[in-house]
Write a protein that binds this ligand. Structure first.
Ligand SMILES: *[C@@H]1O[C@H](CO)[C@@H](O)[C@H](O)[C@H]1NC(C)=O
Ligand SMILES: *[C@@H]1O[C@H](CO)[C@@H](O)[C@H](O)[C@H]1NC(C)=O
Ligand SMILES: *[C@@H]1O[C@H](CO)[C@@H](O)[C@H](O)[C@H]1NC(C)=O
Length: 861
């Protein structure tokens, strides 16, 4: 196969309207498995068997497949519309089951510059159009697990209602979600704020309307607007409102309980009953009191059906609620957060008169557990050795039973989707239902760093929020607990390796003093106890591995040698970008705004050297992996290179904005490293790769958006030419190879925004989703921390992604030839055994052989 030559591509560039050419890439997820984040909502379509959707708070929506895998539906979302990955509600049409709608937007506060939108699809989420709302939507705000706040009239499916946050009230569409107007007669917009005295605006915005539920039994005709509609509102006073005239007038439902927030309002048509779960918090983390009620429409009676607490009293609110449509009167409810000893789910087969629960105390501290665990789809999620395993889960707002299959249930937790296809075992003896991870295909982790190491067992190392990160030995099978960076069960924000001793690694994390080292390529880690009070940020390890510098996000950069106490580097500004030369143990680099800094004595003394002309933000410094003194730095004014150890820089032509980037395996033997990253080249933002040190560029992101570009991370594979890793903030890790063997997602975005008759704006965006491959494997443990990312990194994306089409084929191949050498020391497994500039052993201890990875690197494998 003839590979596209960058030179040829450049020659063709003028014909392509001066934009850099594109190259076809085949992108798919690096499999972590099991989601890895909060699942706030799951909905089954009531009329099409097997059709279901799940929504995430930071990574878009998914559709369920018959084999229990999930297909992502929003992979073309990029900058500047990154907030579309926050899904605050989802609605599946009971009449035309091909129609599905999303209410999207990340935050209703200043963190999100964009208004929200209602996205609509007539092909089950394969392609979307959207209407921009005149206010923000909060898919990652408090109360995101309540709902659903977007609902379709079951009799007249052209009618939709959306319950807004922030006091914006109730909105209605009568044309399948194209145009929207405020329902002025609905005045109870919800006064509840998660914490009005908290100085953080995140806690102060009213959660607003909670859910909209139709009484499908009401109305003589089943083809005109359903007259009776219930609306739940986040308010401690009256919180349930009803209209009996299709939304013209509204009144508080008489006799209702007050004092709590109604999280779910589920109508059981066969029983003519509305079930409601309440909590004293908005969720998803909080809630210490709550109740469960039913409102019987036949008798107008309210009945408290709160299941009995396993302890003396309730210490949790209630979240998810499910009815079994095949068995009227069979219902289930989840404690939103029973943090200890575990989450609780109850089931009743008599409309809540009596309940059984998924576990019970059998004389403290013993518990009877009426479940067994199947974590085969994501073994890392369960740690069988954990002292406090949360088998059942936490943050349980989404709980559903398949309307066509009483055995099939799903529920969302802070970490994954659990459920099974044997739920009726709950009602038999012994009661023993399976809690199976049912989130295959969902990748929701928030990636903070990626590293393709020169050496060691890992193809990739990832740092992420919540789950910590992983040593990735295989890109396509779910992760194990063993390969999780779980020393502290928190987030990893940066990882670095020692250039001359690449098995030596350091990483830093989200917690104070979270610094640890590995000398086996990331298999095992040891805490370094000298870490001051630093946290978060980036870390650099000297070429020989003895000096660590850390640029935390809560103070000045600091320096330590031989893991002695850290000292402040006062010469470097706070939050400076930092890097270590890969060959010279004393050479370090720093950059901030337009200033580059160099230390030649092991990061003790620093001098301001060159100016990065026109930059106001230095983003990332990447040294040449094998040559001392050759260093690249990306800025908001493009990409710069120095070949004199940072004394002077040359700006790379054509690149006007540089984000996260990396250097990796060259295209051919002897060629310069391949460079790839988030860049704006010739005025077009995207992911670009250059195989000739920045002379020519090809755009490689196809129609993938990867969310907010400035939150994303890039690693270029050290050994496999052309293989690029992209870490996202909420859609996990992707890897791409230059190949058109499977067609790229063809996504045509018609961004003609036409004003509708109301204040909302319509946009048409067409997307073809990408099917995530389904791979199955084995079992797990739950981390004790709640798994949800609050976006911290951006409000203003620096890189804008646009989409065009591509047509060229390149096949990436790794040549691994075996070499032998005589005499001298033998290298150990994973050790380097050859490459340009290598002077160490060139033969391996038995049974390993020295295999060429690239011209610069051979390894004992
Ligand atoms: C609300 O925020 C204030 C100020 O941060 C804090 O002191 C208080 O504990 C918070 N209340 C709750 C219920 O979390
Ligand atoms: C609702 O009330 C009617 C009339 O009292 C009663 O027959 C029915 O059993 C009640 N349904 C439920 C689910 O409580
Ligand atoms: C449930 O089934 C598993 C596996 O068959 C078994 O180990 C466990 O003891 C059973 N639990 C109960 C309560 O029967």
């Amino acid at each position: 196969m003839v590979a596209i030559s960058a030179l040829l591509a450049a020659a063709a560039a003028p014909l392509l309207a001066s934009a850099a050419p594109s190259q076809c890439y085949n992108w798919k997820n690096v499999k972590v498995g099991g989601g890895g984040g909060f699942i706030p909502g799951i909905v089954f379509n009531p009329t099409e068997k097997g059709l279901a959707y799940a929504r995430t708070d930071i990574g878009g929506a998914y559709r369920l497949n018959a084999d229990d895998t999930w297909t992502p539906l929003n992979d073309n979302v990029g900058s500047p519309d990154w907030n579309r990955w926050g899904v605050d509600a989802i609605a599946t049409d009971p009449v035309d089951t091909n129609r599905v709608y999303l209410a999207v937007g990340m935050y209703t506060i200043s963190w999100d510059p964009n208004n929200g939108a209602i996205m609509r699809s007539t092909d089950k989420g394969n392609t979307w159009s959207e209407t921009v709302l005149p206010f923000k939507v909060g898919g990652n705000m408090p109360g995101r697990g309540i709902g659903e706040r977007l609902t379709i009239d079951p009799h007249s499916n052209n009618i939709l209602y959306f319950g807004a946050r922030s006091g914006n009230g109730l909105w209605k569409s009568t044309d399948y979600g194209v145009t929207w107007a405020k329902v002025s007669s609905f005045t109870n917009v919800g006064t509840f704020k998660p914490n009005a005295t908290d100085p953080n605006e995140y806690m102060q915005d009213p959660i607003g309307l909670a859910w909209i539920t139709f009484d499908e039994n009401s109305g003589g005709s089943k083809t005109v607007a359903t007259p009776r509609i219930f609306v739940g509102v986040a308010d401690l006073g009256n919180s349930i409102f009803v209209s009996n005239n299709a939304g013209s007038t509204w009144a508080a439902l008489a006799g209702q309980p007050t004092g709590y927030i109604p999280h779910k309002g589920v109508f059981s048509a066969a029983e003519n009953v509305l079930y409601i779960t309440y909590s004293n918090g908005g969720g998803p983390y909080d809630g210490t009191l709550g109740s469960v009620w039913k409102y019987n429409l036949t008798s107008s009676a309210w009945t408290n059906i709160t299941p009995p607490s396993p302890s003396d009293s309730t210490y949790y609110g209630f979240g998810g609620f499910a009815i079994d449509k095949q068995k009227p009167g069979t219902i289930m409810v989840a404690a939103l957060n029973s943090w200890w000893p575990d989450g609780i789910i109850w089931r009743s087969t008599n409309s809540g008169a009596t309940w059984t629960s998924i576990w019970e105390w059998a004389g403290y501290p013993t518990r009877n557990k009426y479940y067994k665990i199947d974590a085969s789809a994501a073994p890392w999620v369960y740690d069988p050795t954990a002292t406090d395993p949360k088998d059942v889960g936490w943050m349980m707002e989404a709980l559903v039973i398949d309307p066509f299959d009483s055995n099939h249930w799903l529920y969302g937790t802070g970490a994954t989707i659990l459920g099974s296809r044997d739920l009726l075992k709950w009602d038999s003896s012994p009661r023993n239902v399976t809690l199976k991870i049912m989130a295959d295909g969902i990748e929701e982790t928030a990636i903070q760093d990626l590293l393709s190491p020169p050496q060691g067992p890992g193809i990739l190392l990832s740092g992420m929020y919540d789950a910590g990160g992983f040593l990735h030995r295989n890109l396509d099978v779910p992760q194990t607990h063993t390969d999780q960076f779980h020393i502290y069960y928190t987030g990893t924000t940066d990882i670095d390796y020692a250039g001359n001793k690449p098995l030596n690694l350091v990483r830093v994390g989200t917690q104070l003093q979270e610094l640890s080292s590995s000398n086996d390529g990331g298999v095992s880690w040891n805490k370094i106890y000298a870490a001051n009070n630093a946290q978060h940020g980036t870390v650099a390890l000297s070429a020989d591995g003895d000096i660590i510098i850390w640029s935390p996000n809560n103070g000045q950069p600091i320096r330590s040698q031989y893991t002695n106490a850290f000292t402040t580097i006062s010469a470097l500004p706070a939050n400076a970008a930092i890097a270590a030369d890969r060959r010279n143990n004393n050479l370090f680099y720093g950059a901030s705004t337009n200033q580059f800094y160099v230390s030649t004595n092991g990061a003790l003394a620093w001098s301001a050297t060159a100016t990065l002309t026109g930059a106001t933000k230095a983003y990332k410094i990447v040294p040449n992996p094998t040559a001392s003194g050759d260093v690249w730095v990306s800025t908001d004014n493009g990409l710069f290179r120095s070949t004199d150890s940072g004394s002077s820089f040359t700006k790379i032509g054509g690149v006007t904005v540089g984000g996260h980037f990396d250097l990796g395996a060259p295209k051919t033997t002897g060629a310069y490293w391949s460079i790839a990253g988030f860049f704006t080249v010739d005025g077009v933002a995207g992911i670009y790769r250059s195989d000739d040190a920045g002379v020519n560029w090809v755009r490689i992101n196809d129609n993938y958006g990867f969310g907010a570009a400035d939150a994303n991370k890039i690693a270029v594979d050290y050994k496999v030419y052309g293989r690029i890793f992209v870490g996202t903030n909420g859609r996990g890790i992707f890897y791409g190879n230059p190949s058109c063997s499977s067609p790229p997602p063809t996504s045509s975005t018609t961004s003609a925004r036409t004003s509708s008759s109301t204040t909302a704006v319509t946009t048409t965006r067409t997307t073809t989703p990408v099917t995530t491959s389904s791979t199955t494997a084995v079992r797990t443990s739950t981390t004790t921390s709640s798994t949800t990312a609050v976006r911290t990194s951006t409000t203003t994306p620096v890189v804008t992604t646009t989409r065009t089409t591509t047509a060229s084929t390149t096949v990436a191949t790794t040549t691994r030839t075996t070499t032998t050498s005589a005499g001298g020391a033998l290298q150990n497994q994973w050790g380097q055994c050859g490459g340009i500039g290598w002077t160490g052993p060139t033969a391996c201890v038995s049974p390993y052989t020295c295999q060429v990875g690239n011209p610069y690197y051979s390894q004992c494998l």
